[in-house]
Ligand binder design. Sequence first.
Ligand code: 9UX
Length: 72
Amino acid sequence: EVRRIQVRVVGMTCSACTSAVEGAISALPGVVRASVSLLQNKAHVVFDPARVKDEDIRDVIEDVGFEAELLP
Ligand code: 9UX
């Protein structure tokens, strides 16, 4: 069973930013897929909720240096 979430990511200005965010999310255990849109300021993440929590995904985005907000 996987969960899909969207996260608002504030402050990305170039495609290296989106790559950094994608890489950091993808490195978390339990993440199946991560894609980040620069134009939409949004990350789509598919993950196994038994292995990683949505708060962990938000936190790793903030660790890379961007403001992140889990979307409903
Ligand atoms: Mo992007 Mo660079 O917005 O240091 S500017 S990675």
